[in-house]
Design a protein around this ligand. Structure first.
Ligand code: ADP
Ligand code: MG
Length: 276
């Protein structure tokens, strides 16, 4: 399938005067197991290491991000469900460990249904984040593996989207579907949101297949493909079992180094946008 370059970078938002507002980034790909959660957590902690204030939002009912900071979603009473459905202030459910996390619980699985009949259902997260955007430099939103109402809320609330893709099982069709959803959101709900970067994950440079996957991504998506590639290493699976980011688990290891590189690339992109 020959794909043309169908992604246009949306206009950068003119920098607002007034207090600095967090840049909101969603991590989205409707495919599961591509490293959305791993990237939300570890990029977040890499930014904290740089002295930045970061809020990570766990918008996946599976609660993997919440678990990866050592909290059990089954034992959480109030979560993003209450924020989205009952308009509970988000500060009431933010917990702090290596970074601040707006936690998920199993209740969140019912949020799509509960939101469906509400007016402004696509903007519940955008509204919830408004009062805290001044308190953070970055808000990073982890999304579930679907393009349902929770992910749509994340895309509507965001300035940009980072799309992790697994080099082993590249799904270009999935990426086109995600971009179609983003086009609809730009037309109807948030004119500013677009793909900020495509992140190759679980990259194995010894495998031709992995190198080819990156080439195919570059052919189709050009400079949207981030320079940083996250290589495959078991460290990323070991850390969350301990309730830790890779930075706490192995601060000087190469797994932490790769997310430091990603943080640098994201920060360079943010300052380039500011001066554009
Ligand atoms: N670069 C990597 N190398 C090896 N395993 C990884 C890597 N990134 C993530 N993983 C592991 O792959 C699995 C899926 O990652 P996860 O971040 O949960 O994906 P998603 O949130 O997209 O479903 C997890 O067990 C995670 O620890
Ligand atoms: Mg996940």
């Amino acid at each position: 399938m020959a794909l043309t370059r169908l992604l246009a970078r949306p206009q950068a938002r003119a920098s607002d005067s007034g207090p600095a507002m967090a840049r909101v980034i969603a991590f989205a790909n409707q495919k599961g197991g591509v490293a959305k959660t791993t990237t939300t957590l570890n990029l977040g902690v890499a930014l904290v290491e740089q002295g930045l204030r970061v809020l990570a939002v766990d918008l996946d009912p599976q609660g993997n991000l919440t678990m990866s900071q050592g909290w059990n979603p089954d034992e959480i009473d109030r979560s993003m469900f209450d924020v989205l459905v009952h308009r509970l202030p988000i500060t009431e459910i933010v917990r702090s460990n290596e970074l601040d996390v707006a936690v998920s619980s199993i209740d969140l699985a019912g949020a799509e249904l509960a939101l469906a009949s509400m007016i402004g259902r696509e903007r519940a997260l955008e509204k919830a984040l408004l009062p805290v955007r001044e308190n953070y430099d970055f808000v990073l939103i982890d999304t579930p593996p679907s393009l349902g109402l929770l992910t749509i809320n994340a895309l509507v609330a965001s300035d940009g989207v980072i799309v992790p893709v697994q080099c082993e099982y590249l799904s270009l069709r999935g990426l086109v579907q995600l971009e179609n959803t983003l086009s609809m959101i730009r037309e109807n709900l948030n004119p500013n949101v677009g793909i900020q970067g495509i992140l190759a994950t679980m990259f194995d440079r010894r495998l031709l297949h992995s190198r080819e996957a990156v080439e195919i991504l570059k052919e189709n998506f050009g400079d949207l493909v981030l320079n940083t590639k996250i290589r495959k290493t078991v460290r990323y699976a070991e850390a969350p079992v301990k309730g830790q980011s890779i930075f706490k688990y192995d601060v000087s290891g190469e797994a932490a180094g790769m997310y430091r590189d990603l943080a640098k690339e994201v920060l360079d992109g943010a300052s380039a946008r500011q001066h554009a």
